[in-house]
Ligand binder design. Sequence first.
Ligand code: PHE
Length: 339
Amino acid sequence: MLDKLKEIEKAASLEINDANSMPELEAIRVKFLGKKGHLTSILRGLGSLTAEERPIAGAAANETRQKTENLIEIKSKQLWETLLNVKLKTEKLDITLPGIHKEIGHLHPLRSAENKMVEIFVRMGFDVVEGPEVESTHNNFDALNSPADHPSRDMTDTFYISEGVVLRTQTSPVQIRAMQKRKPPIRIISPGRVYRCDAPDGTHSPVFHQLEGLVIDRHITLGDLKGTLDLFAQSMFGEGTKTRLRPHNFPFTEPSVEVDFSCFACGGKGCRLCKSEGWIEMLGAGMVHPNVLAGCGIDPDIYSGFAFGMGIDRVAMLKYNIRDLRLIFENDVRLIGQF
Ligand code: PHE
């Protein structure tokens, strides 16, 4: 039996020495020391020995186990070290390399402009209300005092969904909805998308954005409109910005005006942005027509009000110096990333 133990010891030591990987080493351990391994089967034979032989053989078997376990332990450490060295060599980290840049999302310039506009009016006490983009011709035209033969009603100007239903061409129908629902005093703004049959170019788009404003109360005058727009102009484009009203015509306001802002690029001296005018056309406005008030159940003898509508895209283009309206809708990240 002692000879057999020596043999096992020798064979194990040779195999351990030759092992090249951890799984291989584990297989050797099982082969020699496992439950069905060589050493165990020899230990089973202890029973057939005499009482004097048994402790000697037992001690020798334990020694063989001990020695083999030690060899496995040493080999295991060697294998780990080799593995670690390979890893250290091949998986070298260069901590001086620049990190992976994570692009953080941010607001589209159009949305930034809208948020700023809304914030300015909200600070003045306006409520924000929204209306549907699919609107009745009644709200989009009739209730706004637009004559039945007004050219803006043409299929060439307006997108019709069906008879009597259009994609709204302006945010002004929200005025109608607000006046039908609320009692004066009314002070609302309504930002949103509007649609017109326009071929896209640098200043036109079949879809664009307007911000409508409406104030109805007793004794509201054109002076209130001017004061409101002055404050807006200064808050949006800088302290020195002035406003100028020019007579105009809208069916739903009387009198109607177009409003220019003094050029915030040159301060009114004349430059490329204002095409040497010193002024930039910004919006349409006026005193709400008595027909419109009456049609919504508001007595024009008691109440008066002003309304205005301005292009959000236009404000964004001026504010952020975007030269072409199409850039706002194309969503090229090279443009959007600049803001
Ligand atoms: N709805 C008008 C337009 O789209 C703008 C406007 C709004 C004019 C309110 C006067 C009052 O051109």
